[in-house]
Design a protein. Structure first.
Length: 133
């Protein structure tokens, strides 16, 4: 598989995936649009890795594929961080409230356990002190 053909094929597949996710984002959820770049770039990395595995390559073509894959991985990480940061800024208060709710419930459980065990310990101490007198 020659390099220009595989590059064009990868770009076309990335475009199809991006259009599909955009359509899903319009119809179903905004999250599909928000994470569209990171998902599309993730698929492009997979496409290039599959191309590298299944194609017979000379040294120059292999080197170019490795460079493109590293660039795509870097851009994918940046796109993923960007999507997560945007998601946190948009839904940050809701996420914090959920975390506070979960932590609050856990703290209440721990406090109940702590109070009940300390109450049982005090009860044993009182019973022992009454028995010794």
């Amino acid at each position: 598989m020659n390099f220009p053909f595989s590059l064009i094929l990868c770009i076309v597949l990335m475009g199809i995936i991006a259009c599909f996710l955009y359509y899903l984002g319009k119809k179903i959820s905004y999250s599909f649009i928000l994470y569209n770049p990171s998902i599309t770039l993730g698929f492009s990395v997979i496409f290039f890795l599959v191309k590298m595995i299944f194609s017979q390559q000379n040294q120059l073509e292999y080197s170019i594929d490795v460079i493109i894959t590293v660039i795509l991985l870097f851009v994918w990480i940046v796109a993923l961080l960007e999507a997560v940061i945007i998601d946190i800024f948009e839904n940050g208060e809701e996420m914090l409230n959920d975390i506070r709710l979960v932590i609050g419930k856990e703290l209440k459980k721990e406090m109940k356990i702590l109070v009940s065990t300390s109450f049982q310990n005090w009860k044993r101490i009182i019973v022992k002190s009454k028995n010794t007198t």
